[in-house]
Structures are given as structure tokens and as C-alpha cells.
Design a protein around this ligand. Structure first.
Ligand code: CP
Ligand code: NVA
Length: 307
């Protein structure tokens, strides 16, 4: 049995296999053929933070696969009133077939997984957002951009950036990260990524100059400047991130036909301009839809690992 907590624990072959299962399920779905591999199974979804895409995609995905999903907000279950994680894990995993968790500290999900009898999926922690990267890579593949891939990430060194580091390190593509001073990625995550990159041939660069990072990039991406849990820092961050908005000028420096990705929700006029988010380079709504298909691939893959 496997959990899906970070891409660090997955090989290149496994990541590609999950994405390919998702693509095959998507193709069939578009032709009206439903894969019902998870019939009678239940997915518990624990949310300690808000969500639109993650909730809708997992709930819809589980239903389409023949199963059922339970939305468990921490406002409603005893976890939010102090019931220990290890007790919650043992109880939920004795009744459900898979668990997806969105929470703050990554250590919470690790503790949950260590007590869980069923696969645990990371639906976002403060440190990583790996299911998003499955959808992002699926979208890159659909647009035929996986060869000679150069990704420029402009913005906050956060859970998305850490996940990009792991994806690049595993798959072996070039990733350039530009953050303002003081908002760099976690040094330990970068070091781990660099070590993995030595084997895959990935090139991972960090700098503080967004224009330098986007030069010739085939994918330009960013994320909110203030992640969930950082609402109090929002005003300060808007000042500190001056010059880091992905706008038309920045897209002009990228490769011809470069595409723009964003995990969403997006804040127009902050990390991305209205013109880029609504322009010809954006593929963010295909990316959002692919959350559904990529996660169906993941759930099917995890179920097959049980043997
Ligand atoms: N991108 C993403 O995870 O979106 P939600 O926060 O809406 O789930
Ligand atoms: N970095 C963002 C991603 C939202 C999907 C956050 O953690 O809020």
C-alpha cells in the first residue's frame, strides 16, 4: 500500500504512469465510457483549509469511479475539537478506503499516514501540493510541451514552488525560480531537489530577478503571494512582491508560444495581470479541469497498488 504525500517518494516512471492512467480515463470519459474501478469504495476528505478545485475534483472523481466521497470539514469533526490525529486516522481508515487531507503542517499528514490502514493523499499542506502538479504535468503533456521543457516560476517560495522542485528533479526538466528577497524556497527542500536532480539531469536555478528566470521559458507559472494561513501578511507581501507580477511584458520575454499556468485561485493585478490570465497564452482552465482527471488516475493507481 502506498500513500501520496509528496512527489519525493515517487519515481519518474510512477509519476508518468499516474498521469497516463488519468489521460486514458479522461479520453474514455469524453467518449461516454466510465471507469468504475472504485465501485463501493469511499474517500474521506478532511479539509482544514478552504477549497474549490480540490473538493469538487476529488468528490466528482470518486463518484465517477463508482465510489462515494465524504466531505469532512474540521469545523464539523472532532479533529477540530482536539481529538488526536492518530485516533482520527485509525477510526476513519477502519471505515473508508482512501483518505485525502488538506491541512497546515505537513507533519500532521505524515502522522495521519503512519496510523492509517488505507492510502492517504496530500490535498495541500503548507509545504507541498503534489496533486496539483499531476494536473499541471498532464496539461503540459496535452499541449505537447514536455520536450525541452523550461518552467519559470515567478513569485512566493511556497508549497507550489516546493512541488515544482520535486517534479523537475524527478522528471529531469529545467526549472527557474524567481522570488523576492526573504521569500525564497525552503533551503532543505531545495537541497533535496538538487540531490535528486543530479540523477535525473534536471537543472534547478533560483534567483531574485523574474525577467532573468522567464527568458526563453516554455511555461511561465506563479501562485498567490499570500497563501492560506498568511492572510495577515497580505498587505506587506503586496509591497514586497512589487515587480513580480506576470504581465504581458514578462510573457514577451518567454519563448514564443510559451504557456501560462496557475493553480488558482488567482489574484488579478497582483501575481498575474488580467491580460495574461484572460490572454492567448493561458491554459489555466484546462489545468483546473485536469485536477479531476489526474486525481482519478492517482486514486486508481493507489488502489491497484494494494494488490
Ligand atoms: N488549486 C487548488 O488546489 O485549488 P483549491 O484551493 O480551490 O482546491
Ligand atoms: N499556495 C496556495 C495554493 C492554493 C491552491 C495556498 O497554499 O494557499
Amino acid at each position: 500500500m502506498r500513500h501520496f504525500l509528496t512527489l519525493k517518494d515517487y519515481t519518474k516512471e510512477e509519476i508518468l504512469e499516474i498521469v497516463d492512467i488519468g489521460l486514458a480515463i479522461k479520453k474514455n470519459l469524453k467518449n461516454g465510457i466510465y471507469n468504475k474501478e472504485l465501485e463501493n469504495q469511499t474517500l474521506a476528505m478532511i479539509f482544514e483549509k478552504s477549497s474549490t478545485r480540490t473538493r469538487v475534483s476529488f468528490e466528482t472523481g470518486m463518484y465517477q469511479l463508482g465510489g462515494h466521497a465524504l466531505f469532512l470539514s474540521n469545523r464539523d469533526i472532532h479533529l477540530g475539537r482536539g481529538e488526536p490525529v492518530k485516533d482520527t486516522a485509525r477510526v476513519i481508515s477502519s471505515m473508508c478506503d482512501m483518505v485525502m487531507i488538506r491541512t497546515f503542517a505537513h507533519s500532521m499528514i505524515e502522522e495521519f499516514a503512519s496510523y492509517s490502514k488505507v492510502p492517504v493523499i496530500n490535498g495541500l499542506t503548507d509545504s507541498y501540493h503534489p496533486v496539483q502538479l499531476l494536473a499541471d504535468y498532464m496539461t503540459i503533456k496535452e499541449y505537447g510541451l514536455e520536450k525541452d521543457l523550461v518552467v519559470a516560476y515567478v513569485g512566493d517560495g511556497n508549497n507550489m514552488t516546493h512541488s515544482w522542485i520535486m517534479l523537475a528533479a524527478k522528471l529531469g526538466f529545467e526549472l527557474r525560480i524567481a522570488t523576492p528577497q526573504g521569500y525564497e524556497v525552503d533551503a532543505k527542500v531545495l537541497e533535496e531537489g538538487m540531490q535528486i536532480a543530479k540523477k535525473s539531469g534536471a537543472v534547478i536555478r533560483v534567483c531574485h530577478d523574474p525577467k532573468e528566470s522567464v527568458k526563453g521559458a516554455t511555461i511561465v507559472t506563479t501562485d498567490t503571494w499570500a497563501s492560506m494561513g498568511q492572510e495577515d501578511e497580505k498587505e506587506q507581501r503586496i509591497k514586497d512582491f512589487d515587480g513580480f507580477m506576470v504581465d504581458d511584458l514578462m510573457m514577451c520575454i518567454a519563448a514564443k508560444d510559451a504557456k501560462f499556468l496557475h493553480c488558482l485561485p488567482a489574484y488579478r493585478g497582483q501575481e498575474v495581470s488580467e491580460s495574461v490570465l484572460e490572454g492567448h497564452a493561458q491554459i489555466v482552465f484546462d489545468e483546473a479541469e485536469n485536477r479531476l482527471h489526474a486525481q482519478k488516475g492517482l486514486m486508481v493507481w493507489l488502489d491497484r497498488q494494494r494488490g
